[in-house]
Design a binder for this molecule. Structure first.
Ligand code: 2DT
Length: 205
């Protein structure tokens, strides 16, 4: 699950979990995972309580996924469903929106992470975000950054289709009621309901 600020991502992710739990064992993993030592550094940075070089924070976000990659693989091998609230796609979109970092450089540390079977991107225009009460308090929750991030997500979608053709990429219009958006999400992931077999795919390779 990926999304822009004010897209309702956290609530929608929770609802999707509840829906899938009726038929599967579901493991929800939130990135950044702010509870680990690396996650605590990320948390302090996002809340502007610390300053870090743009490259250093990017690599910490990636390391925060790698420290969890073994768990994700184990869950998948056990036949469970894994839902990630953000993943490497946010990693690239947010970091590459900074003029100091190139898009290709941002992708590199996440290459070969376990690839998802579907990416749900909750898309919201800055105008609708504004109607929902405006952006939040954290470092990246600013209109200009959100606009750039939105554009980069489109590029990531194209790139991911080329490298990992099996991934279902669903850009979901996150305007509308909670239930309307949830219906759109459930429909998008429906093709996976029968379960997934075969080797775990690797991201961007
Ligand atoms: P939440 O608002 O969902 O807690 O996200 N981010 C996230 C990155 O810049 N790189 C990453 O790799 C990830 C996973 C997006 C907190 C913020 O962290 C950003 C928003």
């Amino acid at each position: 699950m990926e999304g822009l600020d004010r897209s309702g991502k956290t609530t929608q992710t929770q609802k999707l979990c509840e829906h899938l739990q009726r038929t599967n064992t579901v493991k929800l993993i939130k990135f950044p995972d702010r509870t680990t030592p690396i996650g605590k550094m990320i948390d302090a940075y996002l809340r502007s309580q610390s300053e870090l070089d743009d490259r250093a924070i990017h690599l910490l976000f990636s390391a925060n996924r790698w420290e969890c990659a073994g768990t994700i693989e184990a869950e998948l091998r056990a036949g469970n469903t894994v839902i990630c609230d953000r993943y490497a796609f946010s990693g690239v979109a947010f970091s590459a929106s900074k003029s100091s970092l190139s898009y290709e450089w941002c992708k590199a540390p996440d290459i070969s992470l376990p690839a998802p079977d579907a990416v749900v991107f909750l898309d919201i225009s800055p105008e609708v975000a504004q109607q929902r009460g405006g952006y939040g308090e954290e470092r990246y929750e600013k209109e200009e950054m959100q606009r750039t991030v939105r554009q980069i997500f489109r590029k990531i979608e194209t790139d991911t289709a080329q490298a990992n053709g099996h991934i279902i990429w669903a850009t979901i219009d996150a305007s509308g009621t909670l239930d309307e958006v949830q219906q759109r999400i459930q429909k998008a992931v429906e093709p996976l309901n029968g379960g997934i077999t075969g080797e775990i795919q690797r991201l961007w390779m």
